[in-house]
Design a protein around this ligand. Structure first.
Ligand code: SF4
Length: 317
């Protein structure tokens, strides 16, 4: 998953961002030499309008559901909740991988909850979602990596709502049969994030993750079910070079990845990987145009873009 939240003056994530906080105002040093210390102006936003934030949060609490929006401290949470959207996070809220960018808790996960697929379906129905995004923590501890639970959740959501479904999955590197089970659910969109360029892979995603496997996973989805649209995303600002990024995008196109998201990495807290650079909006625009010229059919590129940000627009347009 590529969800992270910003730190201001090194630190926190971003109630500062999503609430329009003005700390750091007057200094756009995101592109200066060395490690950026303050949020540039383009990462400050006003509070979203609308009163569905509490409705969405209350519903999720009532149904005892996790979202990556909360667990990963996504800077778009208030905006998305206000629009009655969220990305459901299944298989618990504890991850078995030590990714250096992600705020989701890590450690020994709890047992699976057999009724979780139905509860996700219930929430999707009551939110009126027409496109449902389902992600999960990585569950290396399960015999199938959680593939069957993913399958059951996709099926339950589709049966209850008739909505299109997008999965954003872990890599299933230890459990390829679990990956096949997710593909067998035939989600409309299958997203697996590249996250970063090969040189930074182990540092960002941990020792078990492999760049080549990520490409192979996306290729495998297409081979097994060509009707599924594949999607991937990268966080920018982790120290990647432009040439490295473009080579990575070319690799994604070689495996026929169709949808792409590019967003700014924001450090969730002091113990996570530091931001190396804040990429200005104009550069995101330029990279987005470049990606489209490389053959990606849908591209979302901007400082606040996350894997699931406005996912329905990308899936439907
Ligand atoms: S961008 Fe995705 S993860 Fe972030 S709040 Fe919106 S739906 Fe949740």
């Amino acid at each position: 998953m590529n969800i992270q939240l910003p730190v201001v003056d090194r630190g926190s994530h971003s109630p500062a961002v999503s609430s329009g906080c003005r700390r750091g105002e007057g200094r756009d040093d995101g592109l200066s030499g060395g490690r950026p210390r303050r949020l540039p102006g383009w990462l400050r936003r006003d509070l979203p309008r609308g009163n569905f934030n509490h409705f969405t949060a209350g519903l999720l609490e009532e149904l005892r559901l996790e979202t990556v929006c909360d667990n990963a401290k996504c800077p778009n949470r208030m905006e998305c909740y206000s629009q009655k959207t969220a990305t459901f996070m299944i298989l618990g809220n504890v991850c078995t991988r030590p990714c250096g960018f992600c705020a989701v808790s890590r450690g020994r996960p709890d047992a699976l909850e057999a009724d979780e697929p139905e509860r996700v379906a219930e929430a999707a129905a009551r939110l009126g979602l027409r496109h449902v995004v389902i992600t999960s923590v990585t569950r290396d501890d399960l015999p199938d990596g959680g593939g069957e639970h993913f399958y059951q959740t996709v099926v339950a959501v589709r049966k209850r709502t008739g909505a299109s479904v997008e999965v954003l999955t872990p890599d299933f590197v230890l459990h390829p049969a679990g990956l096949d089970r997710v593909i067998d659910a035939a989600p409309e969109v299958f997203n697996h994030n590249m996250e970063t360029v090969p040189r930074l892979y182990r540092r960002v995603r941990g020792p078990r993750s492999k760049y080549g496997w990520t490409l192979e996973l996306l290729a495998h989805v297409k081979r097994r079910n060509p009707a599924i649209r594949t999607k991937s995303g990268l966080m920018l600002g982790l120290g990647e070079t432009r040439d490295e990024l473009l080579a990575c995008l070319a690799d994604l196109r070689r495996v026929d990845c169709e949808f792409l998201t590019l967003g700014q990495y924001l450090q969730p807290g002091p113990k996570y990987l530091p931001v190396q650079r804040y990429v200005p909006p104009e550069e995101f625009d330029e990279l987005g145009a470049l990606a489209r010229s490389m053959g990606f059919t849908k591209v979302a590129s901007g400082p606040f873009v996350r894997s699931s940000y406005h996912a329905r627009d990308m899936a439907e347009s």
